[in-house]
Design a protein around this ligand. Structure first.
Ligand SMILES: Cc1cc2nc3c(=O)[nH]c(=O)nc-3n(C[C@H](O)[C@H](O)[C@H](O)COP(=O)(O)OP(=O)(O)OC[C@H]3O[C@@H](n4cnc5c(N)ncnc54)[C@H](O)[C@@H]3O)c2cc1C
Ligand code: FES
Length: 252
């Protein structure tokens, strides 16, 4: 379908915009979107780049879908210049479980913040704690830090330039005994560490995996991965786009 762009703002110093924040008008679909599901977006107005790119929304409201994106390559840099309409397929993939009343930690690194913040919004639960980490202050998505939220935020930077100094996984590890459920999304090194902590403590976990995707609908086989956190490393592989991107990992 074609979605109208309501706004597409860039954040960061001029010429070095680190993040884009895109709002799409999608009245029939926005309310059905669940946290963790993703949208495939055609970043250009021509056939180049040919493949759509996957993004997990940051939130939905007022018939709009909001996407936080980082310009890392050709597609996302093109996306920064779009202001009219975009061709999109949505909503796709599995979602996080939205169960209130758990003592839940939500752990996000980099643009992994997007589905984690959407989930926190859907949980509407003051008992949750959201851990958000980046390498340095400039890498944080600042508007999130000033949002009026009901839950506790723990913000970490590896170099100590903002919030708690150190990795977000260290902050989570210190508090892990307070939680009976964990959700996470971010770079693989981070999700591996969160998985190890949850395993050690027997806490159930849901991870959103950010795998490179081509079709996004289970046809091409381009996103085949080992079942996340499968210690047996069996030959069975799963399609991240249809069986994921959110996977549940039971405690051992
Ligand atoms: C389910 C899912 C949800 C995602 N949600 C978001 C989001 O909310 N915001 C956001 O900014 N990004 C998100 N991503 C990552 C985003 O899809 C990629 O950054 C984007 O496809 C890169 O396209 P490009 O053309 O700019 O880069 P390319 O030119 O294709 O690649 C540039 C670099 O980015 C790496 N890359 C490409 N695709 C991915 C990927 N899927 N994950 C990690 N690295 C990748 C490449 O290996 C390469 O190093 C998500 C990915 C998935 C699978
Ligand atoms: S991206 Fe094509 S099968 Fe998953």
């Amino acid at each position: 379908m074609t979605a109208k762009i309501v706004s597409n703002k860039l954040y960061g110093s001029p010429g070095f915009e680190r993040y884009g924040f895109l709002s799409l008008y999608a009245p029939d679909i926005s309310e059905t979107f669940k946290p963790g599901q993703f949208v495939m977006i055609s970043a250009g107005e021509t056939w180049e780049p040919l493949l759509r790119r996957p993004f997990s929304p940051y939130g939905v409201d007022n018939s709009q879908i909001h996407i936080l994106y980082q310009a890392v390559g050709r597609g996302t840099r093109l996306l920064q210049h779009q202001q009219n309409t975009l061709s999109v397929s949505l909503p796709l993939g599995s979602s996080f479980s939205v169960t209130r009343g758990r003592k839940a930690a939500l752990v996000a690194g980099g643009v992994g913040l997007a589905p984690i913040r959407f989930l926190a919004d859907a949980l509407k639960d003051s008992g949750i704690v959201l851990y958000y980490g980046a390498n340095k202050e400039d890498d944080l998505f600042y508007p999130f830090l000033t949002e009026d939220v009901k839950y506790r935020r723990v913000v970490c930077t590896a170099d100590g330039s903002f919030g708690t100094a150190g990795f977000v996984t260290d902050a989570f590890q210190r508090d892990a005994g307070n939680f009976n459920y964990v959700y996470c999304c971010g770079p693989k090194a981070m999700t591996d560490k969160v998985t190890a902590i949850c395993r050690q403590r027997g806490i159930p976990l849901e991870i959103s995996v950010e795998e490179v995707m081509a079709c996004g609908v289970g046809v091409c086989g381009g996103c085949l991965i080992d079942i996340p956190a499968n210690p047996a490393k069996s030959a069975k592989k799963v399609r991240c786009c249809t069986e994921g991107p959110v996977f549940k990992i039971a405690p051992q």
